[in-house]
Design a protein around this ligand. Sequence first.
Ligand code: SAM
Length: 206
Amino acid sequence: MARHSKSSQRWLERQRRDYFAKQALDQGRVSRAHFKLEQLDQRFKLLKPSMNVLELGAAPGGWTQFLEQRITQGTLVAVDPLPITAAAQTHVIEGSIGEPDTDAELATLLDPLPLDLVLSDMAPNISGVRSADQAQAMYLVEIAEEAALKWLKPGGDLVVKVFQGEGVDAWVAGLREHFARVQLVKPKASRPESREVYAVARQYRG
Ligand SMILES: C[S@@+](CC[C@H](N)C(=O)[O-])C[C@H]1O[C@@H](n2cnc3c(N)ncnc32)[C@H](O)[C@@H]1O
């Protein structure tokens, strides 16, 4: 029988008890993250079939799978340094946004393709040092915003995973200068013990 470290045993135990992890398994979803995007879409009506969408932090592909079912006539570009389970029609970029090669590949694809929606579920590797982890999380939030300001059409939307902590209030205030409406929300499928919330920014002013 496979032996697991204490932390992976804790993770397995939590998955066994977790309602959305069980649902993901039963429904053949790539990851339980699927339900967070589904719940955000139910609440905000974010997705339409003909949209052009950039998805940042896409691996292992839970959101990608949901998006592929909803974006049937548009274009989906999914970015992550880790492998993404994606359909043939999805443009997968294996790399980290913010790194020159990935940014160049993105620019080639997106300069002629104005976006309706930018989604980021990016999360940093956790070091356990709270201030360093928060700084890294805020860096990811900022590069997601930068991508949105560069490639969104006026009227487009941005949804970003944010970890509540230092820097978030100032960042949200800045976002309000670029979007008509900004809300921080926590979908039911987001683990209650996690500091993660999502900033939903509507109607980019351009
Ligand atoms: C919580 S997971 C995303 C889960 C995914 N949305 C799903 O539904 O399966 C966070 C991801 O962010 C990715 N990530 C972190 N920094 C990134 C960067 N600079 N560019 C792209 N992806 C990044 C990580 O590799 C990781 O796969």
